[in-house]
Design a protein around this ligand. Sequence first.
Ligand SMILES: Cc1ncc(COP(=O)(O)O)c(C=O)c1O
Length: 348
Amino acid sequence: MFNIDSLLRKNIRDLKPYSSARDEFKGEASVFLDANENSLGSPLMKWYNRYPDPLQIKVKEKISFIKKVPTAQIFLGNGSDEPIDLLYRCFCDPGKDEAIIFPPTYGMYEVSANINNVKLVSVPLLSNFQLDLEALESAITPFTKIIWICSPNNPTGNAIDRQDIEMILNNFDGIVVIDEAYVNFSRQKSFVTDLQDYPNLVVLQTLSKAWGLAGIRMGIAFASEAIISCLNKVKPPYNISEPVQELALKALDEIGQVNDMIQQIVSARISLESALLKSSHVLKVYPSDANFLLVVFDNASAMYNHLLKKGIVVRDRSNVLLCENGLRITVGTESENVKLLDAIQSFA
Ligand SMILES: Cc1ncc(COP(=O)(O)O)c(C=O)c1O
């Protein structure tokens, strides 16, 4: 049985969190002399002299409306990388607890585990890029606290089978994180609608991909209220700046435009895939549920260097498990995709 108290690190369970001036104030006021801000404001931008809302309620209300998830089940971070780190800090005792990843996958689960001195156990994906549930079963120990599932997966681009994820959610009593950074480009349904069924589920999404806002740094974690309270307890008090909250509020009103953009990117991905397959240097393009393609070349490092010389940077994944001779290519604008295809064609 999932029991958050027994899962939490003892020091976090006992932690008295920082209480900011704005946390303690409730009600109406017009004179704010409680937070040692500069009451005159900056000559550059007077209106940024106040600390931002520590819990970003207005932004969460918009996300809540779009995703149909209560605000108390939403956490906002400085990119998804912040909740990734906070989940380790909340649930994994350094030097003792363990987490599981399914490589090849997004690199930050491992980097964050190393930063937090948490043992990471790898259960490689099968050759069809799906989960090896048998190997997973033998990898789980009494110290396993978090399982990271990236779906659609980076760098392979595929969605992970829903039944396999459900099997893990139903049988593992620790935290199951589903990183859905690319879910908007996928035919796969988000697990956000399944939060009521799984108290151990954390769904990560981000404004960096479909929303087109990687530069503002806003990641979202959806989970039970109990898990979200733990993340809030541990996060830096003002982790999302005021300009970022303002930009996110504006962006979240533009869901229609975002949906159009998603369609545009998905259809560009389909065209790019068929154009790539016409090149004699391309051996395979893996099916993608994301905004990138994993492409197998006859000689990936030679192609990578050739593209670099033409001023085109792609991600060399050729040394990554199961991705031999693979380059991960983001779907670009129409003209970027044309430049890419021309450059590939010019490869001797
Ligand atoms: C699977 C996955 N999760 C998370 C991220 C990072 O997201 P963010 O920009 O919100 O930190 C990436 C970035 O490439 C990613 O591929």
